[in-house]
Design a binder for this molecule. Structure first.
Ligand code: NAG
Ligand code: NAG
Ligand code: NAG
Ligand code: NAG
Ligand code: NAG
Ligand code: NAG
Ligand code: ZN
Length: 411
Protein backbone atom coordinates (compact mmCIF):
# COMPACT_ATOMS: atom_id res chain seq x y z
CA UNK A 1 0.00 0.00 0.00
CA UNK A 2 1.01 3.56 -0.47
CA UNK A 3 3.03 5.36 2.12
CA UNK A 4 1.96 8.70 3.54
CA UNK A 5 4.74 10.36 1.61
CA UNK A 6 3.45 8.83 -1.58
CA UNK A 7 -0.11 9.90 -0.88
CA UNK A 8 1.02 13.42 -0.15
CA UNK A 9 3.04 13.40 -3.35
CA UNK A 10 0.00 12.35 -5.35
CA UNK A 11 -2.01 15.14 -3.79
CA UNK A 12 0.63 17.70 -4.62
CA UNK A 13 0.80 16.42 -8.18
CA UNK A 14 -2.89 17.06 -8.54
CA UNK A 15 -2.11 20.69 -7.86
CA UNK A 16 0.47 20.61 -10.64
CA UNK A 17 3.29 20.81 -8.13
CA UNK A 18 6.22 18.50 -8.62
CA UNK A 19 6.77 16.57 -5.43
CA UNK A 20 9.24 13.82 -4.71
CA UNK A 21 7.99 11.39 -7.29
CA UNK A 22 10.15 8.31 -7.03
CA UNK A 23 8.31 5.35 -8.40
CA UNK A 24 7.07 4.29 -11.79
CA UNK A 25 3.46 4.17 -10.62
CA UNK A 26 3.65 7.67 -9.11
CA UNK A 27 5.05 9.00 -12.37
CA UNK A 28 2.48 7.10 -14.42
CA UNK A 29 -0.32 8.69 -12.39
CA UNK A 30 0.65 12.23 -13.41
CA UNK A 31 -1.70 13.81 -15.92
CA UNK A 32 -0.31 17.31 -16.32
CA UNK A 33 2.35 17.33 -19.08
CA UNK A 34 4.31 20.04 -17.29
CA UNK A 35 4.47 17.96 -14.12
CA UNK A 36 5.47 14.89 -16.13
CA UNK A 37 8.27 16.82 -17.83
CA UNK A 38 9.63 18.40 -14.66
CA UNK A 39 13.09 16.93 -14.16
CA UNK A 40 13.71 14.68 -11.17
CA UNK A 41 16.68 12.97 -9.69
CA UNK A 42 16.59 9.19 -9.58
CA UNK A 43 19.18 7.66 -7.28
CA UNK A 44 20.23 4.58 -9.32
CA UNK A 45 20.85 6.80 -12.37
CA UNK A 46 22.61 9.52 -10.36
CA UNK A 47 24.91 6.88 -8.88
CA UNK A 48 25.79 5.42 -12.29
CA UNK A 49 26.16 8.57 -14.41
CA UNK A 50 29.97 8.46 -14.43
CA UNK A 51 29.82 5.11 -16.20
CA UNK A 52 27.96 6.69 -19.12
CA UNK A 53 28.92 9.24 -21.77
CA UNK A 54 27.39 12.70 -21.37
CA UNK A 55 23.65 12.60 -22.03
CA UNK A 56 22.60 13.83 -25.48
CA UNK A 57 26.22 14.02 -26.67
CA UNK A 58 27.37 11.74 -29.50
CA UNK A 59 29.58 9.00 -28.05
CA UNK A 60 33.17 10.00 -28.81
CA UNK A 61 34.77 6.85 -27.35
CA UNK A 62 34.09 4.16 -24.80
CA UNK A 63 34.09 5.80 -21.36
CA UNK A 64 36.89 3.66 -19.96
CA UNK A 65 39.28 0.97 -21.13
CA UNK A 66 38.21 -1.07 -18.09
CA UNK A 67 34.58 -0.86 -19.23
CA UNK A 68 33.31 -4.40 -20.05
CA UNK A 69 31.97 -2.82 -23.24
CA UNK A 70 35.47 -1.86 -24.30
CA UNK A 71 36.65 -5.45 -23.93
CA UNK A 72 33.68 -6.61 -25.99
CA UNK A 73 34.38 -3.94 -28.60
CA UNK A 74 38.04 -4.97 -28.94
CA UNK A 75 36.96 -8.57 -29.42
CA UNK A 76 34.89 -7.70 -32.51
CA UNK A 77 36.70 -4.69 -33.99
CA UNK A 78 39.03 -6.63 -36.29
CA UNK A 79 36.11 -8.51 -37.87
CA UNK A 80 33.96 -5.44 -38.57
CA UNK A 81 33.47 -4.92 -42.34
CA UNK A 82 35.99 -2.42 -43.64
CA UNK A 83 33.56 0.31 -44.68
CA UNK A 84 34.50 3.94 -44.04
CA UNK A 85 32.23 6.16 -41.92
CA UNK A 86 29.95 8.27 -44.12
CA UNK A 87 29.36 12.01 -44.10
CA UNK A 88 30.20 14.28 -41.19
CA UNK A 89 28.97 13.35 -37.74
CA UNK A 90 26.15 15.54 -36.54
CA UNK A 91 25.91 17.49 -39.78
CA UNK A 92 22.75 16.39 -41.53
CA UNK A 93 23.39 16.88 -45.21
CA UNK A 94 20.86 15.97 -47.82
CA UNK A 95 23.71 15.59 -50.33
CA UNK A 96 25.45 13.03 -48.10
CA UNK A 97 24.74 10.28 -50.62
CA UNK A 98 26.11 12.18 -53.64
CA UNK A 99 28.96 10.34 -55.33
CA UNK A 100 28.07 7.08 -53.64
CA UNK A 101 28.55 3.96 -55.78
CA UNK A 102 25.11 3.29 -57.35
CA UNK A 103 25.81 -0.45 -57.06
CA UNK A 104 25.37 0.12 -53.31
CA UNK A 105 28.17 -2.19 -52.10
CA UNK A 106 27.42 -1.41 -48.41
CA UNK A 107 23.65 -1.98 -48.54
CA UNK A 108 23.20 1.57 -47.28
CA UNK A 109 19.50 1.88 -46.49
CA UNK A 110 19.66 5.66 -46.66
CA UNK A 111 20.36 5.58 -50.41
CA UNK A 112 18.50 2.55 -51.70
CA UNK A 113 16.35 1.28 -48.81
CA UNK A 114 18.49 -1.86 -49.10
CA UNK A 115 17.57 -4.40 -46.39
CA UNK A 116 19.45 -7.45 -47.69
CA UNK A 117 23.14 -7.13 -46.77
CA UNK A 118 25.92 -7.46 -49.35
CA UNK A 119 28.54 -8.56 -46.82
CA UNK A 120 28.25 -12.27 -46.14
CA UNK A 121 27.32 -13.29 -42.62
CA UNK A 122 25.46 -10.05 -41.93
CA UNK A 123 21.78 -10.58 -41.13
CA UNK A 124 19.07 -8.77 -43.06
CA UNK A 125 16.72 -6.20 -41.58
CA UNK A 126 13.16 -6.73 -40.45
CA UNK A 127 11.15 -4.19 -42.44
CA UNK A 128 7.74 -5.90 -42.29
CA UNK A 129 5.77 -7.98 -39.80
CA UNK A 130 5.93 -11.52 -41.24
CA UNK A 131 2.35 -12.43 -40.34
CA UNK A 132 -0.42 -11.62 -42.87
CA UNK A 133 -2.68 -8.62 -42.34
CA UNK A 134 -0.64 -7.72 -39.27
CA UNK A 135 0.80 -4.38 -38.21
CA UNK A 136 4.08 -4.53 -36.28
CA UNK A 137 3.26 -1.60 -33.99
CA UNK A 138 6.12 0.56 -32.76
CA UNK A 139 7.17 4.07 -31.72
CA UNK A 140 10.56 5.77 -31.90
CA UNK A 141 12.39 8.39 -29.84
CA UNK A 142 10.94 7.74 -26.38
CA UNK A 143 10.63 7.76 -23.57
CA UNK A 144 8.92 11.11 -23.95
CA UNK A 145 8.48 12.73 -20.56
CA UNK A 146 4.79 13.46 -21.13
CA UNK A 147 3.71 10.14 -22.58
CA UNK A 148 1.12 9.19 -19.96
CA UNK A 149 -1.98 10.07 -21.97
CA UNK A 150 -0.63 7.99 -24.85
CA UNK A 151 0.38 5.02 -22.67
CA UNK A 152 -2.92 5.25 -20.79
CA UNK A 153 -4.71 4.94 -24.12
CA UNK A 154 -2.70 1.84 -25.01
CA UNK A 155 -3.57 0.35 -21.61
CA UNK A 156 -7.25 1.12 -22.22
CA UNK A 157 -7.06 -0.67 -25.57
CA UNK A 158 -5.04 -3.54 -24.07
CA UNK A 159 -2.54 -2.84 -26.85
CA UNK A 160 1.21 -3.50 -26.56
CA UNK A 161 3.79 -1.92 -28.83
CA UNK A 162 7.52 -1.88 -29.49
CA UNK A 163 9.21 1.19 -28.03
CA UNK A 164 12.49 2.22 -29.63
CA UNK A 165 14.14 4.15 -26.80
CA UNK A 166 16.96 6.69 -26.95
CA UNK A 167 19.55 6.00 -24.23
CA UNK A 168 19.82 9.67 -23.29
CA UNK A 169 16.03 9.89 -22.85
CA UNK A 170 16.08 6.76 -20.70
CA UNK A 171 18.55 8.32 -18.24
CA UNK A 172 16.69 11.63 -18.30
CA UNK A 173 13.29 9.96 -17.74
CA UNK A 174 13.94 6.60 -16.04
CA UNK A 175 10.50 6.28 -14.45
CA UNK A 176 8.88 6.83 -17.85
CA UNK A 177 11.13 4.10 -19.30
CA UNK A 178 10.07 1.74 -16.52
CA UNK A 179 6.47 2.29 -17.49
CA UNK A 180 7.05 0.59 -20.84
CA UNK A 181 8.09 -2.64 -19.14
CA UNK A 182 5.40 -2.29 -16.48
CA UNK A 183 2.79 -1.93 -19.22
CA UNK A 184 4.10 -4.96 -21.13
CA UNK A 185 5.56 -3.12 -24.11
CA UNK A 186 8.70 -4.37 -25.84
CA UNK A 187 11.75 -2.10 -25.56
CA UNK A 188 14.34 -1.84 -28.33
CA UNK A 189 17.41 0.39 -28.66
CA UNK A 190 17.36 3.62 -30.72
CA UNK A 191 20.94 4.78 -30.07
CA UNK A 192 22.41 7.06 -27.41
CA UNK A 193 22.32 10.47 -29.10
CA UNK A 194 20.09 9.99 -32.16
CA UNK A 195 22.68 10.81 -34.82
CA UNK A 196 23.32 9.13 -38.20
CA UNK A 197 24.90 5.80 -37.23
CA UNK A 198 26.93 5.43 -40.44
CA UNK A 199 28.85 8.62 -39.60
CA UNK A 200 30.35 7.09 -36.42
CA UNK A 201 33.63 5.20 -36.19
CA UNK A 202 33.39 1.55 -35.16
CA UNK A 203 34.03 2.36 -31.51
CA UNK A 204 31.57 5.25 -31.44
CA UNK A 205 28.82 3.24 -33.14
CA UNK A 206 29.43 0.40 -30.68
CA UNK A 207 29.24 2.88 -27.79
CA UNK A 208 25.97 4.42 -29.05
CA UNK A 209 24.37 0.97 -28.85
CA UNK A 210 26.24 -0.32 -25.79
CA UNK A 211 25.41 2.58 -23.50
CA UNK A 212 21.77 2.56 -24.56
CA UNK A 213 21.56 -1.14 -23.72
CA UNK A 214 23.23 -0.46 -20.34
CA UNK A 215 20.91 2.50 -19.63
CA UNK A 216 17.83 0.37 -20.32
CA UNK A 217 19.25 -2.46 -18.19
CA UNK A 218 20.08 -0.09 -15.32
CA UNK A 219 16.65 1.47 -15.28
CA UNK A 220 14.32 -1.39 -16.23
CA UNK A 221 16.31 -4.51 -15.40
CA UNK A 222 16.15 -5.87 -18.94
CA UNK A 223 18.58 -5.77 -21.85
CA UNK A 224 17.05 -5.35 -25.33
CA UNK A 225 17.80 -7.64 -28.26
CA UNK A 226 16.50 -5.36 -31.00
CA UNK A 227 17.26 -1.89 -32.29
CA UNK A 228 16.30 0.66 -34.94
CA UNK A 229 18.79 3.13 -36.44
CA UNK A 230 17.76 6.79 -36.22
CA UNK A 231 16.63 7.93 -39.70
CA UNK A 232 17.03 4.29 -40.80
CA UNK A 233 20.68 5.14 -41.39
CA UNK A 234 22.41 1.77 -41.49
CA UNK A 235 24.91 -0.06 -43.70
CA UNK A 236 26.62 -3.43 -43.46
CA UNK A 237 29.31 -2.11 -41.09
CA UNK A 238 26.74 -0.84 -38.61
CA UNK A 239 24.52 -3.91 -39.10
CA UNK A 240 27.48 -6.13 -38.25
CA UNK A 241 28.33 -4.20 -35.07
CA UNK A 242 24.72 -4.40 -33.84
CA UNK A 243 24.51 -8.08 -34.73
CA UNK A 244 27.63 -8.83 -32.68
CA UNK A 245 25.89 -7.11 -29.77
CA UNK A 246 22.84 -9.36 -30.11
CA UNK A 247 20.60 -6.67 -31.61
CA UNK A 248 18.16 -7.43 -34.42
CA UNK A 249 17.66 -4.50 -36.77
CA UNK A 250 14.05 -3.37 -37.21
CA UNK A 251 13.32 -0.92 -40.04
CA UNK A 252 10.04 -0.10 -41.78
CA UNK A 253 8.54 0.09 -45.27
CA UNK A 254 5.87 2.69 -44.52
CA UNK A 255 6.58 6.13 -43.09
CA UNK A 256 3.97 8.29 -41.41
CA UNK A 257 6.39 11.27 -41.54
CA UNK A 258 4.82 12.31 -38.25
CA UNK A 259 8.17 13.58 -36.91
CA UNK A 260 8.64 15.82 -39.91
CA UNK A 261 5.59 18.08 -39.73
CA UNK A 262 6.64 21.68 -40.25
CA UNK A 263 9.71 20.85 -42.28
CA UNK A 264 10.35 19.49 -45.78
CA UNK A 265 6.84 20.56 -46.78
CA UNK A 266 5.31 17.91 -44.54
CA UNK A 267 1.98 18.94 -43.04
CA UNK A 268 -0.53 17.23 -40.78
CA UNK A 269 -2.48 16.52 -43.98
CA UNK A 270 0.55 14.66 -45.37
CA UNK A 271 0.75 12.54 -42.22
CA UNK A 272 -2.96 11.72 -42.19
CA UNK A 273 -2.63 10.84 -45.87
CA UNK A 274 0.15 8.39 -44.98
CA UNK A 275 -1.97 6.73 -42.29
CA UNK A 276 -4.94 6.61 -44.67
CA UNK A 277 -2.81 5.09 -47.45
CA UNK A 278 -1.61 2.32 -45.13
CA UNK A 279 -5.18 1.60 -44.07
CA UNK A 280 -6.36 1.58 -47.70
CA UNK A 281 -3.52 -0.81 -48.58
CA UNK A 282 -4.85 -3.35 -46.08
CA UNK A 283 -8.20 -3.25 -47.83
CA UNK A 284 -6.50 -3.60 -51.20
CA UNK A 285 -4.87 -6.85 -50.11
CA UNK A 286 -1.30 -5.50 -49.98
CA UNK A 287 -0.63 -7.30 -46.70
CA UNK A 288 -2.46 -10.55 -47.40
CA UNK A 289 0.78 -12.54 -47.28
CA UNK A 290 3.14 -10.33 -45.29
CA UNK A 291 2.20 -7.60 -42.84
CA UNK A 292 3.49 -4.07 -42.36
CA UNK A 293 5.64 -1.85 -40.20
CA UNK A 294 5.12 1.91 -40.30
CA UNK A 295 7.46 4.49 -38.79
CA UNK A 296 5.67 6.44 -36.05
CA UNK A 297 6.95 8.37 -33.03
CA UNK A 298 6.59 8.91 -29.30
CA UNK A 299 8.09 12.33 -29.92
CA UNK A 300 5.57 14.96 -28.95
CA UNK A 301 1.91 15.58 -28.31
CA UNK A 302 1.13 15.71 -32.04
CA UNK A 303 2.75 12.40 -32.95
CA UNK A 304 1.24 10.60 -29.96
CA UNK A 305 -2.23 12.12 -30.41
CA UNK A 306 -2.14 11.22 -34.10
CA UNK A 307 -1.35 7.64 -33.12
CA UNK A 308 -4.32 7.68 -30.74
CA UNK A 309 -6.65 9.20 -33.34
CA UNK A 310 -5.71 6.61 -35.93
CA UNK A 311 -5.70 3.55 -33.70
CA UNK A 312 -9.40 2.65 -34.15
CA UNK A 313 -9.01 2.80 -37.94
CA UNK A 314 -5.85 0.69 -37.88
CA UNK A 315 -7.49 -1.81 -35.55
CA UNK A 316 -10.49 -2.08 -37.87
CA UNK A 317 -8.31 -2.53 -40.97
CA UNK A 318 -5.62 -4.95 -39.78
CA UNK A 319 -6.47 -8.39 -38.43
CA UNK A 320 -3.74 -8.01 -35.79
CA UNK A 321 -1.72 -5.19 -34.27
CA UNK A 322 1.18 -6.52 -32.23
CA UNK A 323 4.66 -5.54 -31.05
CA UNK A 324 7.23 -6.32 -33.73
CA UNK A 325 8.82 -9.07 -31.60
CA UNK A 326 5.44 -10.72 -31.14
CA UNK A 327 4.97 -10.86 -34.92
CA UNK A 328 8.30 -12.73 -34.99
CA UNK A 329 7.28 -15.17 -32.21
CA UNK A 330 10.14 -13.71 -30.20
CA UNK A 331 9.06 -15.04 -26.82
CA UNK A 332 12.31 -14.04 -25.15
CA UNK A 333 12.63 -10.35 -26.04
CA UNK A 334 15.49 -9.59 -23.63
CA UNK A 335 18.84 -11.08 -22.74
CA UNK A 336 17.45 -11.96 -19.30
CA UNK A 337 15.77 -15.34 -19.70
CA UNK A 338 13.34 -14.75 -16.85
CA UNK A 339 11.13 -12.40 -18.87
CA UNK A 340 8.93 -13.70 -21.66
CA UNK A 341 6.52 -12.12 -24.11
CA UNK A 342 3.71 -14.07 -25.78
CA UNK A 343 4.05 -15.74 -29.17
CA UNK A 344 1.93 -14.32 -31.99
CA UNK A 345 -0.72 -16.98 -31.42
CA UNK A 346 -0.71 -16.52 -27.64
CA UNK A 347 -0.90 -12.72 -27.94
CA UNK A 348 -3.93 -12.92 -30.20
CA UNK A 349 -5.61 -15.60 -28.10
CA UNK A 350 -5.19 -13.45 -24.98
CA UNK A 351 -6.72 -10.46 -26.72
CA UNK A 352 -9.70 -12.48 -27.93
CA UNK A 353 -10.27 -13.82 -24.44
CA UNK A 354 -9.97 -10.33 -22.97
CA UNK A 355 -6.91 -11.17 -20.88
CA UNK A 356 -3.82 -9.00 -21.01
CA UNK A 357 -1.33 -10.31 -23.56
CA UNK A 358 1.59 -8.85 -21.68
CA UNK A 359 4.91 -10.43 -21.02
CA UNK A 360 5.67 -12.07 -17.74
CA UNK A 361 8.60 -12.46 -15.49
CA UNK A 362 9.37 -15.37 -13.28
CA UNK A 363 10.11 -14.52 -9.69
CA UNK A 364 9.58 -10.97 -8.62
CA UNK A 365 10.67 -7.50 -9.58
CA UNK A 366 12.28 -8.41 -12.88
CA UNK A 367 12.17 -4.86 -14.04
CA UNK A 368 13.42 -1.81 -12.28
CA UNK A 369 16.28 -3.47 -10.51
CA UNK A 370 17.31 -1.41 -7.57
CA UNK A 371 14.51 1.02 -8.21
CA UNK A 372 12.09 0.26 -5.45
CA UNK A 373 9.23 0.83 -7.86
CA UNK A 374 5.97 -1.06 -8.00
CA UNK A 375 5.17 -0.07 -4.46
CA UNK A 376 1.60 0.74 -5.41
CA UNK A 377 0.45 -2.40 -7.07
CA UNK A 378 3.02 -4.88 -5.90
CA UNK A 379 2.84 -6.51 -9.32
CA UNK A 380 5.87 -7.82 -11.08
CA UNK A 381 6.81 -5.80 -14.07
CA UNK A 382 5.45 -7.10 -17.31
CA UNK A 383 3.04 -9.47 -15.66
CA UNK A 384 -0.04 -7.76 -14.38
CA UNK A 385 0.53 -4.17 -15.32
CA UNK A 386 -1.59 -2.79 -18.06
CA UNK A 387 -4.61 -4.81 -17.07
CA UNK A 388 -7.78 -3.12 -16.03
CA UNK A 389 -6.80 -3.95 -12.45
CA UNK A 390 -3.59 -1.97 -12.90
CA UNK A 391 -5.56 0.99 -14.23
CA UNK A 392 -8.02 0.74 -11.39
CA UNK A 393 -5.16 0.88 -8.93
CA UNK A 394 -3.81 3.99 -10.55
CA UNK A 395 -7.22 5.62 -10.62
CA UNK A 396 -7.89 4.72 -7.01
CA UNK A 397 -4.56 6.13 -5.92
CA UNK A 398 -5.50 9.39 -7.61
CA UNK A 399 -8.83 9.36 -5.85
CA UNK A 400 -7.06 8.64 -2.61
CA UNK A 401 -4.81 11.59 -3.34
CA UNK A 402 -7.87 13.82 -3.70
CA UNK A 403 -9.32 12.60 -0.45
CA UNK A 404 -6.17 13.45 1.46
CA UNK A 405 -5.57 16.70 -0.39
CA UNK A 406 -6.59 18.78 2.59
CA UNK A 407 -4.26 16.83 4.85
CA UNK A 408 -1.40 17.15 2.40
CA UNK A 409 -1.83 20.91 2.16
CA UNK A 410 -1.51 21.10 5.91
CA UNK A 411 1.96 19.43 5.77
C1 NAG B 1 39.08 -0.54 -34.64
O1 NAG B 1 39.22 -0.77 -36.04
C2 NAG B 1 39.39 0.41 -36.79
C3 NAG B 1 39.34 0.05 -38.27
O2 NAG B 1 40.18 -1.00 -38.55
C4 NAG B 1 40.70 1.07 -36.39
O3 NAG B 1 40.86 2.27 -37.12
C5 NAG B 1 40.63 1.39 -34.91
O4 NAG B 1 41.87 1.91 -34.47
C6 NAG B 1 40.31 0.16 -34.10
N1 NAG B 1 40.07 0.56 -32.73
C7 NAG B 1 40.74 0.04 -31.70
C8 NAG B 1 40.41 0.61 -30.36
O5 NAG B 1 41.56 -0.83 -31.82
C1 NAG C 1 8.61 22.69 -50.73
O1 NAG C 1 7.69 23.02 -51.76
C2 NAG C 1 8.14 24.10 -52.57
C3 NAG C 1 7.00 24.46 -53.51
O2 NAG C 1 6.49 23.31 -54.14
C4 NAG C 1 9.42 23.69 -53.29
O3 NAG C 1 9.89 24.77 -54.07
C5 NAG C 1 10.46 23.31 -52.27
O4 NAG C 1 11.63 22.82 -52.90
C6 NAG C 1 9.94 22.26 -51.32
N1 NAG C 1 10.90 22.07 -50.26
C7 NAG C 1 11.32 20.86 -49.89
C8 NAG C 1 12.31 20.83 -48.76
O5 NAG C 1 10.93 19.83 -50.41
C1 NAG D 1 7.72 15.27 -25.08
O1 NAG D 1 6.60 15.82 -25.68
C2 NAG D 1 6.36 17.16 -25.29
C3 NAG D 1 5.06 17.60 -25.89
O2 NAG D 1 4.04 16.68 -25.59
C4 NAG D 1 7.48 18.03 -25.75
O3 NAG D 1 7.28 19.34 -25.34
C5 NAG D 1 8.74 17.52 -25.14
O4 NAG D 1 9.84 18.24 -25.65
C6 NAG D 1 8.94 16.06 -25.42
N1 NAG D 1 10.06 15.62 -24.63
C7 NAG D 1 11.04 14.88 -25.10
C8 NAG D 1 12.07 14.48 -24.11
O5 NAG D 1 11.08 14.51 -26.24
C1 NAG E 1 -2.25 16.33 -26.32
O1 NAG E 1 -2.56 17.56 -25.69
C2 NAG E 1 -3.95 17.74 -25.38
C3 NAG E 1 -4.11 19.16 -24.87
O2 NAG E 1 -3.28 19.36 -23.78
C4 NAG E 1 -4.36 16.70 -24.40
O3 NAG E 1 -5.73 16.80 -24.10
C5 NAG E 1 -4.11 15.32 -24.99
O4 NAG E 1 -4.40 14.31 -24.04
C6 NAG E 1 -2.66 15.18 -25.42
N1 NAG E 1 -2.52 13.92 -26.13
C7 NAG E 1 -1.56 13.05 -25.87
C8 NAG E 1 -1.60 11.78 -26.62
O5 NAG E 1 -0.69 13.25 -25.05
C1 NAG F 1 4.86 -18.06 -35.30
O1 NAG F 1 4.32 -19.26 -34.76
C2 NAG F 1 3.18 -19.73 -35.48
C3 NAG F 1 2.62 -20.92 -34.74
O2 NAG F 1 3.61 -21.86 -34.51
C4 NAG F 1 3.57 -20.07 -36.91
O3 NAG F 1 2.44 -20.46 -37.64
C5 NAG F 1 4.17 -18.84 -37.55
O4 NAG F 1 4.65 -19.15 -38.84
C6 NAG F 1 5.31 -18.29 -36.72
N1 NAG F 1 5.75 -17.04 -37.30
C7 NAG F 1 7.03 -16.73 -37.46
C8 NAG F 1 7.33 -15.42 -38.07
O5 NAG F 1 7.93 -17.50 -37.13
C1 NAG G 1 16.13 -11.91 -13.83
O1 NAG G 1 17.49 -12.11 -14.15
C2 NAG G 1 18.32 -11.00 -13.86
C3 NAG G 1 19.73 -11.36 -14.28
O2 NAG G 1 19.75 -12.10 -15.42
C4 NAG G 1 18.28 -10.67 -12.39
O3 NAG G 1 19.02 -9.50 -12.16
C5 NAG G 1 16.84 -10.45 -11.97
O4 NAG G 1 16.79 -10.25 -10.59
C6 NAG G 1 15.98 -11.64 -12.35
N1 NAG G 1 14.63 -11.37 -12.02
C7 NAG G 1 13.87 -12.30 -11.46
C8 NAG G 1 12.47 -11.88 -11.28
O5 NAG G 1 14.27 -13.39 -11.15
ZN1 ZN H 1 14.27 8.45 -34.12
Amino acid sequence: MRSHTSIAATALMLLGVRAAVSTESDEAALTDPTAQCTAYSYAPVAAALAQFPPIWTPVSAMVSTSDPGYVKFLSINASIPNIAPKGVLGVPDEKITDGYNPADPDCWWTVTQCVTPKVSGVKGDIAAAPEPRTLGYGFDDGPNCSHNAFYDYLVEKNQKATMFYIGSNVLDWPLQAQRAVADGHEICVHSWSHRSMTAFTNEQAFGELWYTMQAIKLVTGVTPTCWRPPLGDVDDRIRYIAQQMGLENVLWKYNSNDWEVGSNNVTTTTVQGNYDALIAAVGAGTFDTTGAIMLTHELNNYTMQTAVDNYPKLAAAFDHIVPVGVSLNKTQPYVETNYTQPSFAAYNAARVSGASPSGSSSGSAAAASGSGSKSTSGSTAGSNQGTSAGVALRVSSLTLGLVVLGAALAL
